[in-house]
Write a protein that binds this ligand. Sequence first.
Ligand code: SF4
Length: 164
Amino acid sequence: MVIKEATNKLKIGWFSFSCCEDSTIVFTEMLNDHFEEWSKVIYFQHVRILRGKNKLQGLDVAFVEGAIASNLEKKKLLEIRKNCKKLVAIGSCACTGGPSAQRNMFPKELEKEIEGLLRKFHQVDKVSKLEDLVRVDAKVPGCPMGEERFLKVLNQMLEEFGVR
Ligand code: SF4
């Protein structure tokens, strides 16, 4: 699949943090139906499911899936925020933290049990939704994300950036 850059396209990125990545699967399936139409108006600048070489700087819209469970993820999220004009939270884990954040509600004894694992895998004590750490401009809730809502947000962004 050849993806050409065009200056008048919406430059998007797609990112996944702690989650099961089902919204990425939904997005991939949507590409089957929409790729031809989208490739006329969207430049897939940082989308690892589509390309090997990705560029973070100068994104119009970053779509971010998953919750934030480590300092490294937090650092990457802040970097994405710095490099995009709009950030869209994708799926329930990104919008509300859960279900990825379910360990936040573990009872004390269970917390103690997983303590070693958290340290071993460099996890922070509490998992965060995106909004706890950065400004979120739009949300696509659902577990996985709702297709209709995603299309609505995407079309809004295309209009906002004057691409359509
Ligand atoms: S919101 Fe649901 S589908 Fe999406 S990453 Fe979280 S658990 Fe998976």
